[in-house]
Ligand binder design. Structure first.
Ligand code: NAD
Ligand code: LMR
Length: 339
């Protein structure tokens, strides 16, 4: 079984100087609302010795800025000029992709599909060509569809490794810690909620039955679950047309990147929920599903089952699976036309 305590420890590990590692990490979309703070947090991560920042524009400026921070890594910024994408990607151990447009109020993540699908597919082609062995972390929405798009692109190039493709759902996990602590009046840094399924609305399934707060009143629990599922909308509404979550997302992305790097470097018991090629519900046609995963030197080391969960959570998962099937198929169909 996975340990919630272990997941919690992961979140504090990223700035530790105790392990010596040398990894190249590239960020595609590094000049964006997420890309900039994520680049900052990666510059502070001692496992990262080579940081490559790519964007259509502006990445050299971000790179120059964070390069003045006195940590032991080199930072370079790239644009499409002079084959910048290929150079940024070559030799990368981890590629993080937050490139793409964010939501405005009234939009769903799926409304981003038409714009972001081709951005992500084009970047995946470049990854397939230049860094086919890298672990790839997808942040661009709609994650439920962009991850299958990347898988299909990599398959078409014969370089798909299901152990190294991750949809980043860590923002749901950190939100759940914060929101449950507000309800239970506890320390959020000590709260850990396993969140499974996907990354949009009802596909986000927090397993409250696995926390210490499983007996909270039903109306409180229902409101908590709804807030975790629709936390993204809270930020989109508050930003009022200026985009979606960026700072909390950068925190979540940096945590997930650090956990993947920790796994690559051979650290044990590194567990994160993440949206991956998952056998759990494949027989029902759900190819990708977020489960707690132990990370290792090859990427995904072990995918954990959900164990015993409450009846209402089974129902939520059943609903999530139906939406996920459609989201995944949409990504697969798009890639068939794109390639
Ligand atoms: P943003 O508009 O601030 O930044 C996006 C960046 O991507 C821009 O700098 C843009 O120039 C760049 N870009 C666009 N096309 C590109 C390409 N082909 N190559 C390289 N760079 C390219 O948006 P943001 O707020 O940073 O959000 C980015 C994406 O992340 C959105 O799709 C958003 O929905 C998603 N997101 C996901 C999560 C999650 O939990 N997975 C959370 C928040 C946001
Ligand atoms: C989030 O959960 O905050 C992101 O997926 C961005 C969004 O569109 O809500």
């Amino acid at each position: 079984m996975f340990s919630a305590r272990r997941q919690l420890i992961n979140s504090f590990r990223q700035f530790s100087t105790s392990s010596i590692n040398n990894y190249k990490v590239s960020v595609l979309g590094a000049n964006g609302g997420i890309g900039q703070p994520l680049s900052l947090l990666l510059k502070l991560n001692h496992k990262v010795t080579d940081l490559a920042l790519y964007d259509l524009r502006g990445a050299p400026g971000v790179a120059a800025d964070v390069s003045h921070i006195p940590t032991n890594s080199t930072v370079k910024g790239y644009t499409p000029d002079n084959d910048g994408l290929a150079t940024a990607l070559k030799g990368s151990d981890v590629v993080i992709i937050p490139a793409g447009v964010p939501r405005k109020p009234g939009m769903t993540r799926d409304d981003l599909f038409n714009t972001n699908a081709s951005i992500v597919a084009s970047l995946a082609l470049a990854v397939a060509e230049n860094s086919p062995n890298a672990a790839i972390l997808i942040i661009s929405n709609p994650v439920n569809s962009t991850v299958p798009i990347v898988a299909e692109v990599l398959k078409s190039k014969g370089v798909y490794n299901p152990k190294k493709l991750f949809g980043v759902t860590t923002l749901d996990v950190i939100r759940a810690s914060r929101f449950i602590s507000e309800v239970a009046n506890t320390d959020p840094t000590k709260e850990q909620v396993t969140v499974v399924g996907g990354h949009s609305g009802i596909t986000i399934v927090p397993l409250i039955s696995k926390t210490l707060h499983k007996d909270i009143a039903k109306d409180v629990k229902d409101a908590l679950i709804n807030r975790i599922q629709f936390g993204g909308d809270e930020v989109v509404k508050a930003k009022d047309g200026a985009g979606s979550a960026t700072l909390s997302m950068a925190t979540a992305g940096a945590r997930m990147a650090n956990s993947v790097l920790s796994g690559l470097s051979g650290e044990k018991d590194i567990i994160e929920p993440t949206f991956i090629d998952n056998p759990l519900y494949k027989s029902e046609g759900v190819e990708f599903f977020s489960s707690p995963v132990t990370l290792g030197p090859d990427g995904v080391h072990e995918i954990h089952t959900l164990g015993t969960i409450a009846g209402f959570e089974e129902e939520m998962i059943a609903a999530a699976k139906e939406t996920l099937k459609k989201n995944i198929q949409k990504g697969v169909d798009f890639t068939g036309q794109f390639l």
